[in-house]
Design a binder for this molecule. Structure first.
Ligand code: OAD
Ligand code: ZN
Length: 246
C-alpha cells in the first residue's frame, strides 16, 4: 500500500495521536457491528433492549442479551488492528477514544483509553451503585441482584437516552483537541455525542485520517481516507512509522 506523502510527513512529525474507534475495528475479531447488512440493529430493536425502561420491564431478557454479548467478547481476541494501535505507544503519546464496550483495546495493550459507551465487563447496582466486575457475579441468564442491597445489577454500558460518562467524554475530547493526527477507525460516525470527537479534533487543527471499508458521514471532513480493513491497514502504518523513526 502506497500512502500519500503528506500523510507520511504528518506521521514523521506527530507527537500526539488519537484513535477514535467503533465496532468496525472489532469486526475482524468476529464481533458483529451495529449497522450494515449483518449489523446487530438489523436483527434487534435497540428500544427493546438497550434502554433503561426495557431493563426495568424485563431485566432477565436484557441481561440475557448482554450475557450473550459477554460470551462473544470473552471468546474474541484482539486483532492486528488493536495490536497495531497498542504498538504505536512506543513512538507516540497515544490516546484511544472508543465507542466499543468490548475491552479489546485494553487486552491488546493500549494504556490510555477513554470508553465513551462503558464496558461490558463492569456492572453496577441501580439502587446503591456498587460496582461488580463480571467474574465476581454469578453469571446466569437472569439479572443478578446486588449482594449489598438486593437491587438489580445492570451492565455499565450507555443505553439510549442516557448521558455519556462525563470524565471519559471530556478526557477523550481533550485528547482529540491536543492531537496532531486523529485516526477515525471502523465507525459509521453517526452516533452523537461520541461523533463530536473527530469534529473537535478537526476544529483544533488535527489531521484527520479515516480508516473504513466504505465512506461514512465523516468522509467529507477528513484529510485522508483509507478504504480497507483496519486489521490490514493499521499494521502497514506501523511499518511506515518504524521506517521513519529508525
Ligand atoms: P457501526 O456498526 O455503526 O459502524 C461500523 C463501521 O465499521 C461501519 O462504518 C463499517 O463500514 C466499518 N467496518 C466494518 N468492518 C470494518 C473493518 N474490518 N475495518 C474497518 N472498518 C470496518 O458501529 P459504531 O460506529 O461503532 O452505541 O456505532 C456507534 C454506536 O452505535 C455504538 O457504540 C453503539 C451503537 O448504537 C451504544 O451502544 C451506545
Ligand atoms: Zn445495591
Amino acid at each position: 500500500m502506497q500512502f500519500k506523502q503528506e500523510f507520511l510527513d504528518k506521521l514523521k512529525d506527530a507527537k500526539k495521536i488519537v484513535f477514535f474507534t467503533g465496532a468496525g475495528i472489532s469486526a475482524e475479531s468476529s464481533i458483529p457491528t451495529f449497522r450494515g447488512k449483518d449489523g446487530i440493529w438489523n436483527k434487534m430493536k435497540p428500544e427493546e433492549l438497550a434502554n433503561f425502561d426495557a431493563f426495568i420491564r424485563n431485566p432477565d431478557l436484557v441481561w440475557e442479551w448482554y450475557q450473550h454479548r459477554r460470551i462473544i467478547v470473552n471468546t474474541a481476541l484482539p486483532n492486528a488492528g488493536h495490536t497495531a494501535i497498542a504498538e504505536l505507544e512506543k513512538y507516540y503519546d497515544v490516546s484511544v477514544v472508543t465507542q466499543n464496550i468490548d475491552d479489546l483495546h485494553r487486552r491488546a495493550g493500549s494504556t490510555k483509553i477513554f470508553e465513551l459507551h462503558g464496558n461490558i465487563e463492569r456492572n453496577f447496582c441501580i439502587e446503591c451503585h456498587t460496582f461488580y466486575n463480571s467474574p465476581e457475579l454469578e453469571i446466569t441468564n437472569t439479572a443478578p441482584k446486588c449482594k449489598k442491597c438486593g437491587g438489580l445489577v445492570r451492565p455499565d454500558v450507555v443505553w439510549f437516552g442516557e448521558m455519556l460518562p462525563q470524565d471519559e467524554f471530556s478526557g477523550g475530547e481533550k485528547a482529540a483537541e491536543w492531537s496532531d493526527i486523529c485516526f477515525v477507525v471502523g465507525t459509521s460516525a453517526v452516533v452523537y455525542p461520541a461523533a463530536h470527537i473527530p469534529i473537535s479534533a478537526k476544529r483544533s487543527g488535527s489531521y484527520i485520517v479515516e480508516i473504513n471499508i466504505e465512506p461514512t458521514e465523516l468522509s467529507r471532513y477528513t484529510d485522508y481516507s483509507l478504504f480497507g480493513k483496519a486489521g490490514e491497514i493499521l499494521p502497514k502504518i506501523v511499518e511506515e512509522v518504524k521506517k521513519s523513526k529508525s
